[in-house]
Design a protein around this ligand. Structure first.
Ligand code: ZN
Length: 92
C-alpha cells in the first residue's frame, strides 16, 4: 500500500485518492478558433514521459480537494506534492 501525502491531511492510503490526469493543461484562450484537429489534441493527447510527470490528484475519500503531484512513472515514487495554486517544484 502506497501512502500519498495530501497537502491538507498528510499521508493517507492511496485508496482514498483518484487520479485526475496530466497537470498544468491550460484551457484554450479562444476555443472557437480551434480546428477539429486542435480540439482533439487538446482533449485527448497527453504526454507519456518515462520519469517525472506532473499529475492532478483528488483526495476523494478525505478532504475532497484537488492537488498536483510529480510522480516518477518508472518507480511510482511521488517526488513532490503541491497545491493547485503553487508552481511546479523544480525536480533535478
Ligand atoms: Zn486531503
Amino acid at each position: 500500500m502506497q501512502l500519498i501525502p495530501c497537502p491538507w491531511c498528510g499521508p493517507r492510503e492511496e485508496t482514498e485518492f483518484h487520479y485526475g490526469g496530466q497537470a498544468h493543461i491550460g484551457y484554450p484562450q479562444d476555443p472557437s478558433a480551434l480546428s477539429d484537429e486542435e480540439w482533439a489534441r487538446f482533449l485527448f493527447f497527453r504526454a507519456n514521459p518515462e520519469g517525472p510527470f506532473a499529475e492532478r490528484w483528488s483526495h476523494s475519500a478525505g478532504c475532497r480537494r484537488w492537488f498536483n503531484a510529480v510522480r516518477d512513472t518508472r518507480t511510482h515514487d511521488l517526488l513532490a506534492v503541491y497545491r493547485i495554486d503553487e508552481p511546479r517544484p523544480v525536480i533535478s
